[in-house]
Design a protein around this ligand. Structure first.
Ligand SMILES: Cc1ncc(COP(=O)(O)O)c(C=O)c1O
Length: 398
């Protein structure tokens, strides 16, 4: 029996394969230093856990509206709007089982087969997978490394736009490189979207993972709210990756499509989890604040550990829990040309597990530098320091 041809276009999140390799190595009795997955080993705030138990006990265990329960839609509309100086109503919010489903459903709502979609590469791999699976043309845009971190190649983005370009995917607070747009970069990007009349998916999965200052959204720029769908998730902010709760926020015409797709695909997002979150969103911030404090300590330890390695120099990003060091000099020292070899050998020699640039979209022609990605959300400071010290001696040896 043959499977559908279209499946040849479906990608995946290959970081999970790195996790499997690390698990296999661990099963052989090795202590792993897990920097590979953006999962969080910090407990979900207690008030949310208690509210979930109560919601189950109170009987919120049946189906609920496909769009989400009205109270949660309203709470997210108020919270997301307040932090972006925008006005959203409950009808502008479609509850989702996580942030990830927003990507595919957004494309299903606005993209026709053959439409071109600009997406970040290196970037979250599901963009490329969903664009191609749904018959679009995935047009990558990259970043350049500057003294202040990573910046978007705005000229290249404009150059790539043509009459078939319909959609721009933008991930400020970027996975994997931690990039955060300056106000001017975000403004210029918004002007491009307006000039060429593009739909925008603003993936704001890390909007609340900030170590200083208030995050800004491209949706807040005049002319953008009506063309932007925000990807919102509880996964990172509340350390709830496995609970699966997120939302799409945007113009009602698109949100209505999300709601219809919800009914087709999962009926509704888990009822008691939605109920548990009604007070947490926009409420007590002590739980999320404590998560940020822990992540900040881990970031500082990981950045210090990497900067202690000869040939690596990295800025501490203000957002996300990822580091994307340039390891070109390490590769040269070792005489490697394939970054996968560095990753595989590092695992067996040091027990440190990380992803590489290759896990974040297919590589673009003429890329000169090599990068690896560390997620510090699932590893304690002590182990970060221990792992980085092992990596230092391996990376500095020939
Ligand atoms: C950039 C980005 N977008 C979306 C997601 C999806 O997160 P979730 O589905 O857990 O909410 C992730 C998860 O790692 C991410 O890094």
């Amino acid at each position: 029996m043959k499977l559908a041809k279209q499946l040849q276009k479906l990608g995946t999140e290959t970081a999970f394969a790195v996790a499997a390799a690390a698990a296999e190595w661990s099963a052989k009795g090795n202590k792993i230093y897990p920097f590979h997955l953006g999962d969080i080993n910090i407990a979900t705030p207690g008030n949310i856990v208690e509210a979930a138990f109560k919601a189950i006990a109170d009987g919120y265990t049946g189906y609920c509206p496909g769009a989400g329960i009205p109270e949660l839609r309203a709470a997210i509309a108020a919270d997301v709007g307040a932090k972006r100086q925008l006005s959203y109503s409950a009808e502008d919010v479609s509850i989702q089982p996580g942030g990830k489903p927003v990507i595919g459903k957004f494309l299903a709502a606005v993209m026709n087969p053959g439409d071109e979609v600009l997406y970040p590469n290196p970037g979250y791999p599901i963009y490329e997978s969903q664009i191609e699976y749904q018959g679009g043309i995935a047009v990558p845009y990259g970043y350049i490394e500057t003294a202040a971190g990573f910046a978007m190649e705005l000229d290249a983005i404009e150059y790539a736009i043509n009459p078939r370009t319909r959609v721009l995917i933008y991930n400020n607070f970027q996975n994997p490189n931690g990039a955060q747009s300056s106000p001017s970069e975000m403004e210029q990007l918004a002007q491009l979207a307006i000039k060429y009349d593009l739909w925008v998916l603003s993936d704001e999965a890390y909007f609340e993972i900030q170590y200083g200052g208030q995050a800004e959204s491209i949706a807040s720029i005049p002319g953008m709210q009506e063309r932007t769908v925000i990807l919102y998730t509880c996964s990172k902010r509340f350390a709830m990756t496995g609970w699966r709760l997120g939302a799409a926020i945007g113009p009602q015409s698109v949100i209505d499509v999300f709601n219809k797709l919800n009914t087709n695909i999962e009926s509704c997002t888990t009822h008691f989890i939605q109920r548990a979150m009604v007070d947490a969103i926009g409420g007590d911030t002590s739980g999320p604040d404590a998560i940020i404090d822990i992540l900040r300590q881990r970031r500082d330890a990981a950045v210090a550990g990497l900067n202690a390695i000869s040939g690596i120099s990295i800025q501490a990003p203000n957002s996300t829990f990822y580091l994307f060091p340039n390891v070109t000099r390490v590769m040269e020292r070792k005489g490697f040309t394939d970054i996968t070899r560095l990753m595989e050998e590092a695992l067996t020699r040091t027990n440190v597990s990380f992803c590489t640039r290759n896990h974040f979209g297919r590589t673009i022609e003429n890329e000169k530098n090599h990068y690896i990605r560390f997620a510090y959300s699932g590893i304690e400071v002590e182990d970060i320091e221990e792992g980085m010290a092992k990596l230092k001696s391996y990376f500095e040896s020939k």
